[in-house]
Ligand binder design. Structure first.
Ligand SMILES: [Cu+2]
Length: 130
């Protein structure tokens, strides 16, 4: 009878250990996605275009949906401009669309990351994820 109890106890312990490992794995995957942005190769279900010219973006605010793969395209209308969303570690080059999925709602300021002239530092706008 004692042997049976011991076997039962061992099995319960093994199940608990396995469950704990499973939980850890889930935690790790959450942590790795904590920058909030995933670049995916999948098709986008939404699209936005950010137009840049000296020395402004065409809108003060661009809005996208949280968790929805969105293709973001930067169009430079004169010269060279770039987009850098520091908080998301996201950079865009002109005419190189990126599909991103942002899982954290919020307001993310971005700026032009190419020194394009005297008004360069005024080139800021916001990406709103809702
Ligand atoms: Cu610039």
């Amino acid at each position: 009878m004692k042997k049976l109890l011991l076997i039962a106890f061992t099995m319960v312990a093994a199940v608990l250990v396995l469950a704990a490992c499973g939980a850890n794995k889930a935690d790790n995957s959450n942590t790795s996605g904590s920058t909030g942005v995933e670049e995916t190769g999948t098709a986008a279900s939404a699209k936005i275009t950010i137009k840049a010219k000296r020395y402004e973006f065409d809108q003060p605010v661009y809005t996208i949906k949280k968790g929805v793969p969105t293709e973001i395209t930067l169009k430079s209308e004169d010269g060279m401009h770039g987009v850098e969303v520091s908080d998301l570690k996201l950079k865009l080059d002109s005419d190189e669309p990126k599909v991103v999925t942002i899982n954290d709602a919020g307001e993310y300021e971005f700026h032009c990351d190419i020194m394009c002239g005297s008004g360069h530092s005024k080139m800021v706008a916001k990406l709103v994820v809702e």
